[in-house]
Design a protein around this ligand. Structure first.
Ligand SMILES: Nc1ncnc2c1ncn2[C@@H]1O[C@H](COP(=O)(O)OP(=O)(O)OP(=O)(O)O)[C@@H](O)[C@H]1O
Ligand SMILES: [Mg+2]
Length: 565
C-alpha cells in the first residue's frame, strides 16, 4: 500500500500544479474542492451510472429513479421484464483502486486521531439533539482529516475524487455503512435482513415489500452491521445476549438476533424507520386516511378526553394515527405517554414521556427491568389528564383500564384487526380486562393498509392507509359504527347521527345535539381549509389546533375567508 501511495505522490509532483508547481487548490477547504470537483465530475458519474443501467437493462426495466445523496448515491427501482417482479437497486459510486488506497490510509489516520468532543465543542455544534451534535462533530473531524491529508498530498492527484472518498468516509463512520442508503431513503418504512446470503428486503411506500441488491455474503460483514446497530443504539448484543431491541439515535426501531444462537440462518435484523416529520392530522386527511369530518369528530372526542383505542396489524399505521389524534387534545392538559420505544411526538408542553427499559442481565440474573406495567402504575402518580400507552399487550392494559375507571383519559393501540378480535384480546390472558370495563372505552378505530387502483402506477395499484371503521362502544356487546370505509365506492361514509358519545358530550356541556353537530362541521371546515391551503406540517398544524381552543371564531373565520378566495 505504501508503494502505491509513493506512486501517487510521484504522480502528484508531476501533477497539475501549473508552472509554479504549486498545487492549485491547496488553500481551498474540502467542501470547496468537492464543489469544484462535482461540477466536473457530474457528467462522468452520470455516464458510469448509465453504463450500469445498460447492463441491467437486459433483464430489467427501470421504473423509478431518485437520488439519495446527489450524485453519490441513488436508488433505481427495476422491474423484471419477464416476471414483473421489482428490485430495489442501490446504485452508489465506486472507489477506484487509487481512491481505495487513499481511503484506507485516511481510515488509519482517523482511528488514531478521532477524539470525543469537549462539552464546549458540543455546545457550539449546530443541531437540536445530542446525537445530531455528535454526528456533526464527527463529520467535521472527518472533513478536517481528509482535508489535511489532501493538502499533504499536494491537493490534486489525477483521477482521484476527494468527494467520493469523503462520501465513503462519512457513510461508513457517521452513517450506516452498506445500509446507509436504505436508512436515508424516505420512501422506506421497513428494512429487514433474514440472514447471510439473502437479499435485504425493504417495505417501499410505493412498491410494498421488495428485495434489494444488498446481500451480506459473509457472516462477519453481517455481524459487523449488527454490532454497529447495537453500538449506535447504546445497547449490547453478543453470543451470550443474542437479542437486541433498541432505538437508533434517529429514532428508528431496531430488533436483531446475533449469530446462530436463536436464528437458524445466522444474524438477522429488522429496522422500522422513524419519520423525521410526524404525519399530522392534515397529512392523514390529504392522504385520504380519514375525512375532515372523521378528524373533526375525533377532535371533539379528544377535547372531552374520551378514551379510545386504535387497532390494526403490524405496520398498518396505529402509532401514526395515535400521534395525530393526540395532537388534537387540549393544549393545557397534562399528558403522560408510555412506550417501549419513544415514537410519539406531541406538541403539548405539559407532557411526560416515559419509556420502558429491558433488564440488565450481566450476571445471568435479570435486574432493573422497567415494564410498561410499572410505568402505567407510576404514571398515575403524575395525575395525568390523559395517559397514552403506545401499544397494549400485557398486564399494563389492566392498569390502564383502572385508570380509565377513575376518570383519566386514555388513548392506546392494539394489534387486532376487528372490534370482536380486539375485545377478545382485551378480555383474555394476559390482559384480562373484565368485560364490564370494556365500555370505559368510548371509541375504537381500525386502520388498514389497502390496495387502491392507481393508473399512474406501473402495477396498476398503490398502497394506501385507511381508517376503515370507527366504532363507539355503547355497552359490553353493543358497538355502533359511526364511520366506515366503503371498499366498493372507495369512499368514507359517516353515520354521526347514530353517535351516543356525541349525545354524552351534549349532556356534559349543555349544548344541544344540533349544536354539537354544527361544531363538528365547523372543525371539519377548519381542517379542510388547512388541507387545501397546504397547512399540513405538524409544526404548523399544532399551533392552529391550539389556537382554535381559545379563539375558535378567529380561526374559523379565517378558514371561511380563505376558502372563498
Ligand atoms: N396514514 C398514513 N399515511 C401514510 N403513511 C403512513 C400512515 N400511517 C402510517 N404510515 C407510515 O407507515 C409506517 C408504519 O406506521 P406506524 O408505525 O404508525 O404503524 P404501526 O401500526 O404502529 O406499526 P407497529 O405495529 O410496528 O407498531 C410508518 O413509516 C408511517 O410513516
Ligand atoms: Mg406502532
Amino acid at each position: 500500500m505504501l508503494d502505491a501511495i509513493k506512486r501517487l505522490r510521484e504522480k502528484l509532483s508531476l501533477g497539475r500544479g501549473g508552472n509554479s508547481g504549486k498545487p492549485v487548490v491547496e488553500a481551498a477547504s474540502i467542501d470547496e474542492v468537492v464543489k469544484m470537483e462535482l461540477r466536473e465530475m457530474r457528467s462522468a458519474l452520470e455516464t458510469s451510472i448509465e453504463a450500469k443501467l445498460l447492463r441491467l437493462s437486459v433483464t430489467y426495466k427501470p421504473v423509478k429513479t431518485y437520488s439519495i445523496e446527489d450524485p453519490w448515491a441513488r436508488v433505481i427501482i427495476l422491474r423484471h421484464k419477464d416476471t414483473g417482479e421489482y428490485l430495489y437497486y442501490v446504485n452508489e459510486v465506486e472507489l477506484n483502486r487509487d481512491e481505495k488506497i487513499i481511503y484506507n490510509r485516511i481510515m488509519d489516520i482517523l482511528t488514531w486521531e478521532l477524539r470525543h468532543p469537549t462539552e464546549e465543542e458540543l455546545r457550539r455544534m449546530p443541531g437540536v439533539s445530542l446525537a445530531e451534535k455528535e454526528k456533526e462533530f464527527l463529520v467535521r473531524q472527518i472533513k478536517r482529516i481528509v482535508n489535511i491529508y489532501r493538502i499533504k498530498m499536494a491537493s490534486e492527484i489525477e483521477g482521484v475524487s476527494w468527494g467520493k472518498i469523503l462520501y465513503y468516509m462519512i457513510r461508513n463512520n457517521v452513517g450506516y455503512g452498506d445500509i446507509d442508503v436504505l436508512i436515508k431513503d424516505e420512501y422506506l418504512e421497513d428494512i429487514s435482513c433474514d440472514g447471510v446470503g439473502r437479499p435485504i428486503y425493504v417495505w417501499h411506500q410505493e412498491y410494498e415489500s421488495i428485495p434489494t441488491n444488498i446481500i451480506f455474503n459473509d457472516e462477519r460483514e453481517l455481524d459487523h452491521i449488527i454490532l454497529m446497530l447495537a453500538h449506535k443504539s447504546g445497547k449490547h448484543i453478543s453470543v451470550a445476549f443474542p437479542i437486541l431491541d433498541a432505538t437508533l439515535p434517529e429514532g428508528h426501531r431496531v430488533a436483531a438476533t446475533f449469530r446462530k444462537e436463536i436464528s437458524t440462518k445466522g444474524s438477522t435484523f429488522t429496522i422500522r424507520k422513524f419519520k423525521n416529520r410526524p404525519l399530522s392530522i392534515v397529512d392523514l386527511i390529504l392522504g385520504g386516511t380519514l375525512t375532515p369530518q372523521i378528524a373533526a369528530y375525533l377532535w371533539i372526542l379528544a377535547e372531552y378526553r374520551m378514551p379510545g383505542m386504535i387497532m390494526g396489524v403490524t405496520g398498518s399505521g396505529k402509532t401514526t394515527t395515535l400521534n395525530a389524534i393526540a395532537t388534537l387534545l387540549r393544549p393545557n392538559i397534562k399528558i403522560v405517554t408510555i412506550e417501549d420505544t419513544p415514537e410519539l411526538r406531541i406538541p403539548h408542553e405539559n407532557w411526560v414521556q416515559l419509556v420502558s427499559r429491558p433488564s440488565y442481565s450481566v450476571t445471568g440474573e435479570s435486574i432493573g427491568e422497567i415494564t410498561l406495567y410499572d410505568l402505567v402504575r407510576v404514571s398515575l402518580r403524575y395525575r395525568p389528564d390523559v395517559i397514552i400507552v403506545g401499544e397494549v399487550r400485557g398486564e399494563e392494559a389492566y392498569v390502564l383500564f383502572q385508570a380509565l375507571a377513575t376518570g383519566h383519559g386514555g388513548l392506546t393501540t392494539i394489534h387486532s384487526e376487528t372490534i370482536e378480535a380486539m375485545i377478545k384480546r382485551l378480555t383474555s390472558p394476559p390482559m384480562n380486562i373484565p368485560l364490564g370495563y370494556i365500555p370505559l372505552l368510548k371509541f375504537a378505530l381500525a386502520v388498514k393498509r389497502i390496495r387502491m387502483p392507481d393508473p399512474t402506477s406501473k402495477s396498476g395499484y398503490s398502497i394506501a392507509r385507511r381508517v376503515t371503521d370507527v366504532w363507539e362502544i355503547a355497552g359490553e356487546h353493543d358497538y355502533i359504527q359511526v364511520a366506515r370505509w366503503n371498499p366498493f365506492t372507495k369512499e368514507h361514509e359517516h353515520r354521526f347521527e347514530n353517535s351516543v358519545v356525541l349525545d354524552e358530550i351534549s349532556q356534559l356541556t349543555g349544548f344541544t345535539r344540533e349544536e354539537v353537530m354544527d361544531e363538528l362541521e365547523r372543525r371539519a371546515t377548519v381542517l379542510t381549509w388547512m388541507a387545501k391551503t397546504g397547512i399540513k406540517e405538524f409544526r404548523n398544524v399544532a399551533p392552529l389546533i391550539f389556537k382554535y381552543y381559545y379563539d375558535p371564531s378567529s380561526v374559523y373565520n379565517r378558514a371561511i375567508r380563505e376558502l372563498k378566495m
